[in-house]
Design a protein around this ligand. Structure first.
Ligand SMILES: Cc1ncc(COP(=O)(O)O)c(C=O)c1O
Length: 387
């Protein structure tokens, strides 16, 4: 334990969540999303999967303070936890659950409690929910998910029209929104994304012309906001960009000025002098090239630092990069600091953050920054700072 973040007592390894960066990112995204729409665009901030590892409750509450109109979660257990947390602070913005509602009615009572918009992908479930809402004398907001080409969940265009016709007759449900999701929005000018955009837009136009007006229409995730801004839509659902990353940095055509919100930090716990040709860590995957010093840092795959980074990543200590050496353990990694680094026990170590973004690590492991931040495990304390 030590006191090295904002005077709060923290573990040696912790994730510092910079809410000022979150706010800056939010404002950049909101402006960009609304650029082509004179009435502005509402933001539904995605805080599923513990806000991509940043802490769902705290991040959600902060985003509500910055003006997000909606928050979205992956399933009802997340939605309910978040809604109840926000209520404690009298924050009453709605939470959209992107997941599937099942017939077993497990969450119906909580949903009827208010402030949760239900994604509808199946008429039968909507019918049950409507009956339940009637029995409680409540009106529940629903948002219809259309599958325009990701082929995951949602109505396809063929069935969607008839379903919406029937849904608009369910008196205790209000069709608040309709949305779809891109498969390739991180790629600019991609024909598949453009096809999804146009098909969905035409479908909604037809629905609005023939059946019912719908208040919220949305398709853009971060990639959509960056590459497929279309004034027909009045809400957008950014996730990764709020946390300071591009869905695919190499394909991002312009730098919009967002910065990583999370900095994963630890400290040097132990320094060992080693001669040439000494092996380090499990499996003896690294041998010292010459006499050197090895710094042991208390973080490992048990904290979500990927084992595939073995012998491949760097860490930042006192503003300098050092190579990690030897197999990543469950609780430890080692860095070769050479003989003259001046690094001492207790010096701060940055595993990733603003100056060494998580996508450097995801490039090495062949994944995406989403997975790096999502996987920071629950034993890593999140510390919220404003600076
Ligand atoms: C339905 C839906 N909307 C929006 C998002 C946010 O996407 P991104 O993090 O790429 O902005 C996601 C994330 O997976 C999603 O599943």
């Amino acid at each position: 334990m030590n006191f090295n973040s904002g005077g709060k007592r923290v573990n040696d390894t912790f994730a510092e969540i910079n809410l000022s960066e979150l706010k800056r990112n939010f404002n950049i995204i909101k402006k960009l999303a609304g650029k082509r729409n004179k009435n502005g665009v509402k933001i539904c901030s995605i805080v599923k999967a513990n806000a991509y590892g940043h802490g769902m409750n705290e991040t959600g509450k902060a985003l509500a303070g910055y003006g997000t109109e909606y928050l979205a979660t992956a399933d009802y257990s997340e939605s309910i936890i978040l809604r109840n947390y926000l209520k404690k602070f009298s924050v009453n913005i709605p939470v959209l659950c992107l997941g599937i509602l099942t017939e077993n009615k497990k969450y119906f009572e909580d949903i009827a409690g208010g402030d949760i918009d239900v994604t509808i992908t199946d008429y039968k479930i909507a019918f049950y929910l409507n009956n339940f809402a009637k029995s409680r004398n409540k009106k529940i907001n629903i948002q219809i998910q259309m599958d325009s080409g990701i082929n995951r969940i949602g109505f396809d265009f063929k069935d969607g029209y008839e379903a919406i016709k029937k849904l608009s007759g369910l008196e205790n449900l209000k069709i608040k929104g309709i949305y779809s999701h891109y498969a390739t929005s991180e790629i600019p000018r991609n024909s598949y994304a453009l096809r999804q955009l146009n098909d969905f837009k035409n479908f909604v136009k037809e629905v609005e012309h023939n059946l019912t007006k719908i208040e919220l229409k949305h398709i853009s995730n971060s990639g959509g906001i960056l590459n497929y801004n279309d004034p027909f839509f009045n809400m957008a659902r950014p996730g990764i960009s709020l946390y300071g990353y591009y869905p695919d940095r190499k394909k991002a055509v312009k730098d919009i000025g967002i910065n990583p919100v999370m900095t994963l930090k630890s400290k040097v716990s132990f320094i060992k002098d080693l001669d040439k040709n000494q092996s380090i860590s499990y499996g003896r995957k690294y041998f010292t090239k010459k006499k050197t010093k090895i710094a042991s840092i208390p973080i490992g795959y048990g904290d979500g630092y990927p084992r595939q980074l073995t012998n491949k990543s760097k860490v930042l200590i006192n503003g300098k990069y050092y190579k990690t050496v030897g197999t990543v353990c469950m609780d430890w990694i080692m860095a070769d600091i050479g003989t003259n680094s001046g690094v001492n026990v207790n010096d701060e170590v940055i595993l990733f953050g603003k100056n060494y973004p998580a996508d450097k690590l995801s490039d090495i492991t062949g994944t995406i920054p989403y997975e790096i931040t999502c996987n920071i495990s629950s034993r890593v304390q999140r510390i919220y700072v404003n600076r």
